[in-house]
Design a protein around this ligand. Structure first.
Ligand SMILES: C[S@@+](CC[C@H](N)C(=O)[O-])C[C@H]1O[C@@H](n2cnc3c(N)ncnc32)[C@H](O)[C@@H]1O
Length: 231
């Protein structure tokens, strides 16, 4: 049996009491949209999950920390030929995503309502063709920088899941997060694709504003958009 690693998780998994409608979405919809074999209790050997069965052989994209799910549903609706799997431990966010999935009527999504690291364990090697990390938790204090997503603990398993040539998009409004991303991501098998300032100042052509980005802009912080290619 694979020994379960100790993984600290510092974020929130629950917020304010869910609306009745949101609890209803969780009860009615989540199980059918979650790959059943991600949890350590059901898959202690960490056997790779069957993405072909999940998405019928479509290209698969991955969103880490989808928050309220606005970007994930937007991409799913715009790209019906792709399957998108998202990980988010914050159950209020998962409930928001489920509401959006119902309203948009998209069917090409799967949800891991938990830590992305548990999902990385079981995603087959070199199987994901695009990954999104949008406004990861900023952890502004220097002593907390090692909690950031752009650290070896997350980037090594993420790199393992991505196909050679896959795109990895990172958005952040925190200048020091830009610094750490630029320093760390290329260490783990990625190349930054920017050619000029518009490449990090302008969002991607298929972008939609997330809740967190809207708040950052209201508070006068400046979004940065970084695109990497898996080597
Ligand atoms: C600042 S929020 C941004 C949410 C969303 N992407 C947006 O732009 O509105 C960061 C999100 O990452 C999630 N998160 C933190 N650590 C995570 C992990 N290990 N796996 C998956 N999601 C994680 C948090 O729960 C939180 O919802």
């Amino acid at each position: 049996m694979t020994e379960r690693p100790h993984r600290n998780f510092y974020g929130r998994t629950k917020g304010k009491t869910l609306k009745q409608s949101q609890q209803g979405y969780l009860d009615a919809d989540l199980a059918a949209l979650s790959p059943g074999d991600v949890g350590w209790d059901v898959n202690p050997e960490r056997e790779p999950i069957d993405l072909g069965a999940l998405f019928g052989g479509k290209d698969v994209w991955l969103e880490v920390g989808f928050g309220g799910g606005e970007h994930m549903v937007h991409q799913a609706a715009s790209n019906p030929d792709v399957g998108i799997i998202g990980a988010e431990p914050y159950i209020n966010g998962v409930a928001m995503l489920l509401g959006k999935i119902r309203r948009a009527g998209v069917e090409n999504v799967a949800i891991h309502p938990g830590d992305a690291r548990d999902l990385f364990d079981v995603i087959p090697d070199a199987s994901i063709s695009k990954a999104f990390l949008l406004y990861p938790d900023p952890w502004p204090k220097a002593r907390h920088h090692r909690r950031r997503f752009v650290t070896e603990e997350h980037l090594v398993p993420l790199a393992k899941c991505l196909k050679p040539g896959a795109e990895f998009r990172v958005a952040t409004d925190i200048p020091d997060y830009v610094r750490q991303t630029m320093e760390e991501v290329p260490k783990y098998g990625f190349t930054w694709l920017a050619e000029g300032p518009s490449d990090w100042r302008e969002p991607w052509g298929d972008w939609t504003r997330t809740r967190y980005e809207a708040k950052a802009i209201r508070e006068d912080r400046v979004p940065h958009y970084m695109t990497f290619r898996r080597d």
